[in-house]
Design a binder for this molecule. Structure first.
Ligand SMILES: [Zn+2]
Length: 338
């Protein structure tokens, strides 16, 4: 079974205005990586527009209406850094729909795993608020869709974008059926993502924040996944893994302060693919979030695709436990064996 991708030139039609970091050229970096791709053949899945009721799986009627009204405006400002053009509403539907099509393809077993290279990104969008370059929360919609369409009881969303995915966290904060895990620079935009925010009500314990100070690189990210995130995921045993894959934690990124290299994306992908293989028959879909340096975008794309096409390989984590992540372990101790 092959690895599938979603790419579509229409994703470049979402025009954020001159000088905006979340710009169409980001996807040209993905195209370049695909043009130079010499690995196993990739299956291309066609995107489609998400239906209104699909968007409403994760969003309020009010947000849907507000974003739909922007199609009559050449330029609209949603918040200080989120702008739209008259095509943005439709392209946002296409972003969500592209992730849904890929998720369906993986769920039905027509392909092994995949990566949806969509824009606008989604993880900052809450149920009622578009923000932080995001209009609709693509992964959140996909998680709800996978539950509704395919009957999955447990979905995991792992978010390695530089920023905390406040939108995804908020949407599933009291929901024990969707485990949200975020690794992010902290304190940083959007201000959320404290280690002590572990969920609410029946969702308590099903929200895992791994806040990092600036300067963390490959080792820190991979270690956090190996030592804390993977054990939690294995206990949760998700039937499907969604990855909010942002490339803005790369050292070249102009917005971030992290030191991740292509090798870090390889390592993180490898840990998650191993978990997916062990508990979810390998079902994993990566979805593009941020990433604002064009070379980092290209290198990251290639690194993750290389791992996806190889599938899980034998992976040897460190044999002795380190004393890292003490605070995180303490916070999670009531909920998970670590
Ligand atoms: Zn980001």
């Amino acid at each position: 079974m092959r690895t599938a991708i979603v790419v579509d030139t229409r994703y470049q039609e979402h025009d954020t205005g001159a000088g905006h970091p979340e710009r169409p050229e980001r996807l040209l970096s993905v195209d370049r990586a695909l043009h130079e791709w010499r690995g196993s053949p990739l299956e291309r899945i066609s995107a489609r527009l998400a239906e209104e009721d699909e968007i409403r799986l994760a969003h309020t009627d009010d947000l849907y209406e507000r974003i739909s009204r922007t199609q009559h405006m050449t330029h609209a400002r949603i918040d200080a850094d989120t702008t739209t053009c008259d095509r943005s509403f439709e392209i946002a539907l296409l972003a969500a729909g592209g992730v849904l099509e890929l998720s369906d393809a993986v769920a039905t077993g027509s392909c092994r795993n995949g990566f949806a290279f969509v824009r606008p990104p989604g993880h900052h969008a809450t149920s009622g608020q578009a923000m932080g370059f995001c209009l609709f929360n693509n992964v959140a919609i996909a998680a709800r869709h996978l539950q509704r369409r395919h009957g999955y009881e447990r979905i995991a969303i792992i978010d390695w974008d530089l920023h905390h995915g406040n939108g995804t966290e908020a949407i599933f904060y009291d929901d024990p059926s969707v485990l949200y895990v975020s690794l992010h620079q902290y304190p940083f935009y959007p201000g959320t993502g404290a280690v002590t925010d572990t969920g609410r009500g029946s969702g308590l314990g099903f929200n895992v924040n791994v806040p990092f100070g600036a300067g963390v690189g490959d080792e820190g990210y991979v270690l956090a996944l190996e030592e804390v995130v993977a054990p939690v995921l294995r206990q949760f045993a998700p039937q499907f893994l969604l990855v909010s894959a942002g490339f803005d934690c790369h050292w070249r990124d102009p917005l971030g302060g992290m030191q991740v290299t292509e090798q870090g994306f390889v390592g993180m992908s490898r840990v998650l693919l191993q978990v997916a293989d062990d508990v979810a028959d390998g079902r994993l879909v990566a979805v593009l979030e941020g990433g604002y340096d064009l070379d980092a975008m290209r290198g990251g794309t290639e690194a993750v695709l290389d791992e996806l096409t190889h599938g899980a390989r034998v992976h040897a984590p460190g044999t002795h436990r380190t004393h890292a992540f003490d605070r995180l372990r303490q916070v999670l101790a009531p909920h998970w064996r670590l």
